[in-house]
Design a binder for this molecule. Sequence first.
Ligand SMILES: [Mg+2]
Length: 288
Amino acid sequence: MKWTLFLFIFILVSCAQLGLRGPAGKTPERHIVFDIDWTIVSEIKNPTPVILKNPRVIDVHGSYYFVNEGLEEFMADILSHPEIRISFYSGGKAVRNQELLSKIKLKNGKSLLEISYKVLGSDELVLVEALPGARFAERFKKDLTKISKDLDQLIMLDDTMNFVVDSSDNQNEHVFFIGKAFEYFENFKDAEGMSGEYIPHTYDEWFLNRKKLNVLNAVFKEAYAESVESGISFSEAMKKREVMLNLNDNEWNSYVSSYYKKFQNIKIPKTPGAEMECRHIAKLLMGR
Ligand SMILES: [Mg+2]
């Protein structure tokens, strides 16, 4: 009887280990970390009745947020790669973050909270030395090693520059700056005539703000394929595209336009042969 029990436990442990390694055992675990405010959602300060009827607007403890276009599709594309973990790292409070993420649902019915690897909030920010009167993001920093120690395989998308600790592991090299985000306007005409740092001044600026996650989705697909194919680190593959896009300018330069076109044209099938097809498409795109 004892031996039977021992054998049962042995098989159970062996299977669990196999499960952990899984079919992607040779593939390193990769991480994508999303900032929340102005990266995946845009807060709406004074929502009109029309805006409140928009199914993409969610109410989180009395604050209203527009769920940025293309978010669910982006998440689904990332999740088609089982070795990639999605986390969220925000300066917001934990309860707010969790409530917000629980209200954004993917097509499979799961919420972003359910599919997340880690959700870090204000409690996980690091207080650093700063001059008196310094802004929030100068006094508090995100520490990416709280998500994973292997930063080569980690990238965080954030609309705030230099929001990570200044450490010897050079965490800024693992942040993809997505450019300044504008306030939410249902249509560009609603912003016309207004002034302010976060008001889009042209239709193109408004449109890019609206389609940014689509562009980043295409960037991710290509960078992921290159990382798998060439062996360069995932963060390096992403960062070299950040430079080309230069999203800080809020301009549809040729790289931004081409990634948006790729997003519209490429649909990577989520079948067993998807990875091979993905590489093939990436080869075509890179002219190899
Ligand atoms: Mg932000």
